[in-house]
Write a protein of this length. Sequence first.
Length: 274
Amino acid sequence: MAQQTYDRFYIESPLQDHSNPEIKTLFISGLPDDVKAREIHNLFRHRPGFDTCQLKYTGRGNQVVAFAAFFNHQAAVAALYSLNGVKFDPETGSTLHIELARTNSRRKHHPGSGPYVVIDNRTRKSLHKLEVSSDDGGYESDDPSETRQHDSQDEDDVANAKRDESAAVDGAEAIASNPEGKAAERNVQACSTLFIANLGPNCTKDELKQILSQYPGFNALKMRGRGGLPVAFADFEEIEQATKAMVELQDTELESSDRGGLHIEYARSKMRKQ
DNA sequence: AGCACA
């Protein structure tokens, strides 16, 4: 029978599956109801591999949720680990709850759309509102049409949102259409070598190696002095192992730290074996 | 904000 085939699709596991490598989108709940899309965007915009995000007012109970799309699964997981459970609003003590989304955000290319999108399903009335904005200082736009309302596109987007109530819909694609390119946060590729910065001037290789050796898959460490401050490269066997070390060691303060904790990213290229 | 080694 084909019955078993169906069963696996309907397992309702209490455990969150963080290992589905297809998923590059995060689902964020626990947001205060006055949250702004700009705040969500600012949460994620400097995370490696971040693409776009959207804020969504659900029809049900007027809850607010958000979706954050990344360029790859590992980057999404890294952001998940580092932001899950953090207090979002010190006033209310509200805490972010982040999981992998059930489906990836669909990309629909709207020319001139911004880095984040708001979809408001709160009222059944026809006063649905879709806001497209890039006014957070993050992107300099040379296209003034970005900030105007696209009335005819609203219908399209809201219809899209309703097609799948709980899944992500089209995130805006600003990066690909950004001409002079704030070369900063483009497609960040996961890599099994990590780039480690924000080290104190007298951080030693041994000090770093001692920390890193606790992590499975750790291979090799290289340090370079650059313009005074040292940076390091740490190579791992697998991307997943590098990711784990990155998310757990992110912002860690060493004895030698004098300017805040470690800043760790995927290296731009894998360490050569020599 | 800082990414080498070949």
